[in-house]
Design a protein around this ligand. Structure first.
Ligand code: IPD
Ligand code: CA
Ligand code: CA
Length: 265
């Protein structure tokens, strides 16, 4: 296995252990509010510090972009870290959250790990090597249409909350066409599920680079597609549409025209 992927997995497992151990004392966690309905706990910070320490032991010179502590260093390699994706779920003991770690080299994603510590599932990919779940190759689903598809999404609740009516018209169209729509609440895991064929497509507005870096590489390596709501190439920080190739196209066709100009890229 690639040494960088190995370190990313080690860091994710350690962070996952920290998160799971803390579930028994959720009531005593220190919770801060970053914005309306946007929370951070001492566990997010502790997990992030542990991930960064693990990386630094092997790669002290690499740059880092981490959700809670921000960016540091300049190097051709950069680690992009969400130590706990799905903090609101975690705070409620709702078992859908993940650790997401990606490595890019000269701005190109090379490795991605999404780890679900509750199910102890590792979704991984290295560029050109395909995508794996627990070491076994995964592929996106073979569903061909939006009819019959299971679609994941995330509800707008931050700056994008002002577009809730536009979002609801998309949701209405997708839910009246697809077999089902899910909003589990951890974007990195949603993307990993697209890669594993557990959902056929996904869209969300307002995600950050640490939510999507690992998941988008894992989808592409599993044969799926990732783009913006206008069908342009996805770049970290864009609004996102993803899926197996057919459902990706169908989802774009459905929600693209309903997407306000400000959310198209
Ligand atoms: C959040 C989750 C959620 C998504 C939010 C993200 P966090 O991450 O991924 O599914 O809808 O936009 O911010 O804040 O729990 O790391
Ligand atoms: Ca996140
Ligand atoms: Ca987070």
């Amino acid at each position: 296995m690639q040494p960088l992927l190995n370190i990313a997995m080690r860091a994710a497992r350690r962070a996952g252990d920290i998160i799971v151990k803390s579930l028994s004392r959720l009531d005593s966690l220190k919770v801060d509010t970053k914005g309306r309905n946007d929370f951070v706990t001492d566990i997010d910070r502790k997990a992030e510090a542990d991930i960064i320490a693990t990386i630094r032991r092997s790669y002290p010179q690499h740059a880092i972009l981490a959700e809670e502590s921000g960016g540091s260093g300049e190097d051709e390699f950069r680690w992009i870290i969400d130590p706990l994706d799905g903090t609101t779920n975690f705070l409620h003991g709702f078992p859908s959250f993940a650790v997401s770690i990606a490595v890019e080299q000269r701005g190109r994603l090379q490795h991605g790990v999404v780890y679900d510590p509750m199910r102890q599932e590792f979704f991984t990919a290295s560029r050109g090597d395909g995508a794996q779940l627990e070491g076994k190759k995964i592929r996106v689903s073979t569903q061909r249409t939006l009819e019959g598809a299971l679609i994941g999404t995330g509800f707008p609740f931050r700056a994008d909350a002002k577009y809730v009516d536009e979002y609801l018209s998309m949701l209405k169209l997708v839910m009246s066409t697809a077999a089902g729509v899910r909003r589990p609440g951890a974007a990195s895991l949603d993307l990993a599920y697209v890669a594993a064929g557990r959902i056929d497509g996904f869209w969300e507005f307002g995600l950050s680079p640490w939510d999507t870096a690992a998941g988008t590489l894992i989808i592409q390596e599993a044969g799926g597609r990732v783009g913006t709501p206008s069908g342009a190439e996805y770049a970290l920080g864009s609004n996102i549409v993803a899926g197996n190739p057919k459902v990706y196209e169908a989802l774009l066709e459905a929600i693209g025209p309903l997407t306000p100009a400000a959310l198209r890229t």
